[in-house]
Design a binder for this molecule. Structure first.
Ligand SMILES: [Zn+2]
Length: 135
């Protein structure tokens, strides 16, 4: 599992960053250290926190997070703790008045435009076009 990095694996974050730039969506910051869980992106003015959750590390229930065969107990426990931490961090942010959008890695790979639409809707900046469907 050394190929799957828990930190420094910024491919999905970079993909979302590029999608935000292409959509000319402004006002976001990357990984603010002062917020719980260090969300991947924040829109400070709108108090919106956006996290991109890797399918493996955050336990995607679709086929993307296949169970690991070796050391299975360790990995089940580890991924369960990650999911619990995700819930706690989201709850803490909400108690602080932030809205939280969690995006799955697979959604971003499927349609970055749909992910951007979701963020625009959360920001109430959606253009008058029908939202694109997330996968
Ligand atoms: Zn997934």
């Amino acid at each position: 599992m050394r190929a799957v990095k828990s930190t420094g694996n910024r491919t999905t974050e970079l993909a979302l960053r590029m999608a935000l730039v292409r959509a000319s969506l402004v006002g976001w910051r990357v990984r603010p250290s002062e917020l719980p869980g260090h969300p991947d992106f924040t829109f400070v003015r709108d108090k919106l926190a956006v996290s991109v959750d890797g399918c493996f590390w955050h336990g995607c229930r679709m086929c993307h997070a296949r169970p690991v065969r070796s050391n299975a107990h360790y990995w089940r426990t580890k991924l369960g703790l990650n999911q619990g931490r995700d819930r706690l961090v989201s709850a803490r942010l909400r108690r602080m008045g932030w809205r939280v959008v969690r995006i799955w890695e697979h959604s971003l790979k499927c349609s970055a435009a749909a992910v951007v639409s979701r963020i625009e809707r959360a920001l109430n900046r959606a253009k008058r076009s029908p939202g694109r469907k997330l996968c």
